[in-house]
Design a protein around this ligand. Structure first.
Ligand code: BMA
Length: 327
């Protein structure tokens, strides 16, 4: 990851509230994006933000009044106040066919070398991983879908491994998927994907007993990759989504070195427990400032709002290591 993305010194931040004893805490200004943020959409959530040219840009999941989600571009001077385009991103493409997009949701942005890649859950006869690239956030080029349906949570690594791009994903089903593990795949060209490896299974404990899925682009540490993920629990009244974290091997990131037994934060505030889908806190992207030991994680809340949580990287890593449970 380039140094400007590791040390985003102007990222949103608020100190830990007195008396709070968990390693992630909420922004007091949540939700950052509330209901009806643009004319076309009743909600913007599960969206990706990255530092760019001194400010911030984002690719946003906008859920239209017709119900279907599309991707919109937005800018912000501070990562908190967003100006989101009223019209969806218009992709250009060199490809001739096969690029239907019945819907688009849960985007991620990942800079690899000099290019920003966008991955998302793309509707192509069921959900799969859509891919696009941009260098300037003005022209967005559609590339081939990474996988066959059904798959969700396509999350790229910001570095290549042995010359190959690397992506985490979760093979799934056409519906709301009552199962799911995290897998790793490589590609020499961002088109043909292989060398699939299993990374992590659901289970171990109840909060992540139903399914898990990669969240933000993994964050490089000295001794591994910090991967935030969502863990899902089934209850008599539906799913509950919480935020967890693991540390993956630096050279072979399909090897899990530490996996936090506990959820780091879950839906508790009204904007997390009450919305179109209650009890969802879904981590999607992270900004880091290693120079001040800080991380900010953008989460979707209740499939309705965009919110922020903060943490100190060293405290988080120590917590994950101290509370690691691998099986
Ligand atoms: C998943 C995706 C997410 C959503 C979550 C909870 O399958 O649709 O976008 O946040 O369910 O509804």
């Amino acid at each position: 990851m380039s140094d400007d993305l590791r040390n985003v010194t102007n990222m949103p931040w608020e100190e830990k509230p007195a008396g709070w004893h968990r390693p992630l805490w909420r922004f007091s200004g949540n939700p950052v994006i509330g209901r009806n943020p643009i004319k076309k959409a009743y909600g913007i959530y599960n969206s990706a933000v990255i530092a760019f040219e001194g400010g911030f840009v984002g690719v946003f999941r906008a859920d239209y009044h017709a119900g279907n989600p599309r991707l919109h571009f937005g800018r912000s001077p501070d990562g908190i106040n967003w100006n989101i385009d009223e019209e969806p991103i218009e992709f250009v493409t060199q490809l001739q066919d096969g690029l239907e997009s019945e819907y688009a949701y849960d985007p991620r942005i990942c800079k690899v070398e000099d290019t920003y890649y966008i991955t998302w859950c793309n509707g192509y006869h069921g959900p799969t991983i859509g891919v696009a690239s941009t260098k300037d956030f003005k022209t967005f080029e559609r590339l081939e879908n990474a996988f066959l349906p059904y798959n969700r949570n396509g999350v790229l690594f910001p570095e290549k491994f042995n010359g190959n791009f690397a992506m985490l994903s979760r093979p799934s089903d056409t519906g709301h998927t009552p199962f799911g593990d995290i897998f790793y795949s490589e590609s020499p060209d961002m088109e043909f994907w292989g060398r699939h490896r299993h990374v992590m299974s659901k289970g171990i404990n109840w909060w992540q007993g139903t399914k898990i899925g990669a969240g933000p682009v993994p964050i490089k540490l000295e001794d591994g990759w910090l991967m935030f993920y969502h863990g899902v629990m089934s209850t008599c009244n539906g799913f509950i989504y919480r935020v967890g974290a693991a540390i993956l091997d630096l050279e072979k990131p399909w090897i899990v070195k530490y996996r936090c037994r506990d959820a780091l934060i879950g839906p508790e505030e009204p904007y997390e427990t009450t919305g179109y889908v209650p009890n969802v806190l879904f981590p999607v992207c992270a900004l880091t400032d290693f120079s001040n030991d800080r991380v900010a994680v953008y989460c979707g809340a209740a499939d309705t709002f965009t919110t922020l949580v903060f943490g100190h990287i060293s405290e988080l890593v120590a917590y994950i290591k101290e509370n690691s449970q691998l099986s």
